[in-house]
Design a protein around this ligand. Structure first.
Ligand SMILES: Nc1ncnc2c1ncn2[C@@H]1O[C@H](COP(=O)(O)OP(=O)(O)OP(=O)(O)O)[C@@H](O)[C@H]1O
Length: 358
């Protein structure tokens, strides 16, 4: 296994002029040996580009890639000793499940007894022990993709295993099981795993550290908890959570804080800079407040929805919308009612130019 260090940028254009010409803007990042990482972001943000640069399928237009301090920028995937799992199964239909799993080891001339042991262990982890002697051709797309996952995980000597949206073809129920399984396998095998997805649930269940990307930039690397509690960028606030963070315009005025037209007392102990700010608060942390309570704003209820496991209240503060989550047993006001929502508290974040300030 290896520590992977990136210090690079990538443009698919020969003469990049502006930020939008880059699939990856300049970034510096380390993936620690044995870590479970996810690259998370919407379509086109640069996840696959970053993964392909790590695997050696793509040479970055600027900068370099180090494995344990060794420059591998121009080395092939074989030379880097990388295993990869793609969106669709890459297996041999004419071979049995066992032969498919053994293939990467046979290629590396691993002794037969060791191959049997490792194939047995991986099949057990993926609950495929009873299928070892079946031909891959007869299996469903789900099962074939499980073989691909197994082939990615079977070698213990790889620098890292890279997954590019590997659960796309898997049905939703099995997908849920496999996500948890991969996490467990990571704990057992202690391989460095890097997993590309646009699905936040997939990223947050699988990875210890999630790299959130937007438009060629890695805007935050952090645990699920950090991304939820302290999004470093408004994009992370929006993208993580269901629904995402609420934002209201804010501005310090002496000892007061203007929040969407309401004059509140600026929170003590928070050094807020001058200039336009955004106040960010998660729907989970918005609370109903008595009228005029310090730190609250006057709103009008637009809608109350029963989502099953929780109630969602949508309120308007002038032209701005706030969404608040409540437990199903909460007695909530009705559409059209005037209410107060607490927006200042320990979970409130402030942003300037989209970056977290406090
Ligand atoms: N071979 C290529 N040639 C030119 N542009 C490319 C190429 N591959 C990707 N791009 C562009 O680079 C940007 C990043 O693409 P990339 O595939 O890395 O994003 P992604 O986050 O993996 O998206 P998706 O989830 O849709 O695969 C996009 O604007 C894409 O159009």
């Amino acid at each position: 296994m290896a520590r992977i260090s990136l210090d690079l940028a990538h443009s698919y254009k020969p003469h990049p002029q502006q930020d939008s010409d880059y699939a990856l803007l300049p970034l510096k990042m380390d993936f620690e040996d044995g870590g479970a990482y996810a690259l998370l972001g919407p379509s086109g943000c640069g996840k696959t580009t970053m993964l392909n640069i790590m695997s050696g399928l793509l040479v970055p237009s600027h900068g370099n890639v180090l494995f344990d301090g060794r420059d591998v920028t121009r080395a092939s995937p074989q030379e880097r000793n990388i295993a990869q799992v793609f969106q669709f199964p890459v297996i041999y239909d004419t071979m049995t499940v066992a032969e498919n799993l053994a293939f990467p080891l046979k290629n590396r001339k691993v002794p037969e007894a060791q191959i049997r042991q490792r194939v047995g262990a991986i099949a057990e982890m993926l609950e495929m022990s009873h299928q070892l002697n079946m031909r891959a051709a007869g299996l469903s797309a789900d099962q074939k993709q499980k073989i691909s996952l197994g082939r990615g995980l079977v070698r213990s000597d790889v620098a890292a295993v890279l997954f590019d949206e590997p659960l796309t073809v898997i049905d939703p129920h099995l997908k849920w099981q496999l996500r948890r399984k991969l996490k467990q396998i990571h704990h057992e095998l202690k391989l460095t795993l890097i997993y590309v997805t646009h699905d936040q649930v997939e990223a947050l269940t699988f990875a210890d550290q999630v790299v959130v990307m937007t438009r060629g930039r890695a805007v935050q690397v952090g645990s699920a908890d950090a991304l939820f509690e302290k999004p470093a960028h408004t994009f992370v606030g929006h993208f993580i959570g269901s629904p995402g963070m609420n934002f209201l315009p804010a501005q310090v005025e002496g000892t007061a804080l203007d929040v969407a037209g309401s004059r509140l007392t600026a929170p003590a102990g928070r050094a807020l800079p001058g200039g336009p700010l955004k106040l960010g608060i998660r729907p989970e942390y918005l609370a109903l407040a008595p009228a005029q309570q310090p730190g609250s704003v006057a709103c009008t209820v637009a809608q109350v929805q029963d989502i099953g496991t929780y109630l969602m209240l949508t309120a308007k503060v002038g032209e701005h919308t706030l969404k608040a989550r409540f437990t199903p047993e909460t007695r909530l006001p009705s559409a059209g009612d005037a209410i107060w929502l607490q927006v200042l508290g320990e979970h409130t974040c402030f942003y300037q130019n989209e970056e977290l300030v406090v």
